[in-house]
Design a protein around this ligand. Structure first.
Ligand code: 5GP
Ligand code: ZN
Length: 113
């Protein structure tokens, strides 16, 4: 299949890994929008949060907790950070494998525009 993030999980496409375990992978975004810009993905292919079902409750909860740990590792847990899951066309999703952006290291404007 042609999913870029599945290829990053398999190692077919290299990535700058920040955290990895049996369930998830976190790696630096190729085009960072902030001093710290990391993508957190489940290793299993899930298109977006829109496709999530009750069987994903544990995985999604797990991801949130690990994001907090990754933020600490990046040194932005105290200064603050933003997590974003662009979803679908109008949500601005370009890679159709669920991912959270973790952005930090600068002040994040709101609303995002
Ligand atoms: P989306 O627009 O779907 O919310 O986010 C996709 C993100 O993936 C973008 O920020 C883009 O820079 C990043 N990206 C796309 N292809 C690659 C890649 O091959 N490697 C890495 N590290 N990031 C990628
Ligand atoms: Zn995938």
């Amino acid at each position: 299949m042609g999913c870029i993030f599945c290829k990053i999980v398999s190692g077919e496409i290299p990535s700058d890994k920040v955290y990895e375990d049996e369930k998830i992978l976190a790696f630096r975004d190729l085009n960072p929008e902030a001093p710290q810009h990391v993508l957190i993905i489940p290793k299993v292919h899930l298109t977006s949060i829109s496709e999530a079902t009750d069987e994903h409750i544990e995985l999604l909860g797990y991801m949130q907790i690990k994001i907090a740990e990754i933020a600490k590792k990046l040194g932005v847990d105290q200064s603050g950070f933003r997590i974003v899951a662009n979803t679908g066309d109008e949500g601005g999703q370009t890679v159709h494998h669920l991912h959270y952006h973790l952005l930090g290291g600068r002040f994040m404007q709101w609303p995002p525009g």
